[in-house]
Design a binder for this molecule. Sequence first.
Ligand SMILES: O=C(O)CCC(=O)C(=O)O
Ligand SMILES: [Fe+2]
Length: 303
Amino acid sequence: MVEQRAPEPVVLERAAVRGGGIVFAESDGLGRALDAGLFALAVPEGLDLRPGVRLCREFHRPRTGADAATRPYRGMRELEGVYFDREHFQTEHLLADAEARARHFPPEVVAMADRMNELALLVLRTALDAVGVTARLWSQVTSGAVDGFGTHWFAANHYRSDRDQLGCAPHKDTGFVTLLYNEQDGLEAFSGGRWSPVPPVSGHFIVNFGGSFELLTEDLARSVHAVLHRVRRCAPASSDDERFSFAAFVNPSPAALLHKVDDGGGHRVVSTVADFLRDFNRDTWNDRHDDFGIATTRGGGTA
Ligand SMILES: O=C(O)CCC(=O)C(=O)O
Ligand SMILES: [Fe+2]
């Protein structure tokens, strides 16, 4: 019998924010991160992530019986267009644009999400520069996402351990850049024809690049790879220890267009974001939320 060896964990390039820029620990760390589609970014000093952790632990619990400090974090399964039950997977999540965050989340969660968002924008600018897209084109080819327009989602994920299902569907994130925070094992990346664990790196975000960025840079000599990832079934020892994660996404507005750039400095429109998302949702989730990320908030979802 041939023994199947467990796949080696993915070793992530490491980076930190220094002097207003992103500095990698290794000299070609950024290049390798663009190829791999993900890397670890140190959580900057002074960025308090506890509101995000608390939101993930509480949003799915009922408000009744909670103390005054916990109540604003709870009862969010009721939020239509913000709460999503992924019926074929363990995950249930909140997905909120800036408008929905201001309306439904405690102010300290909003402040944390805003900082994560700024950090994701710094990554976007760093990566655009690294693949040689001239700064003059950044606004146009990202449909304004680089300037803070577009849709800046914040997601809070909870993995329901009582479900005997995969944690989260295999997917590529759809936008440009995602800043993900998790503390427990379970995330896996597909590379070299197999799924490999991506262990959390203490004190770090996991940054990954999304499908819009992959498409944008596909024809360049140096391009950005969007990593296919999933979360395996999570079975913690106790229900107090259930898996969670939260993330800030820099995405184009669903009303925008997706572009492709070339090495000659040209660019062209290749799709609408709405079409791209609809196809993606159908292929990925196979549930009733085909308009996930397109028309989720009553305000139209275009923060
Ligand atoms: O929970 C995780 O570690 C991954 C979540 C994820 O991929 C996402 O929210 O897009
Ligand atoms: Fe993801």
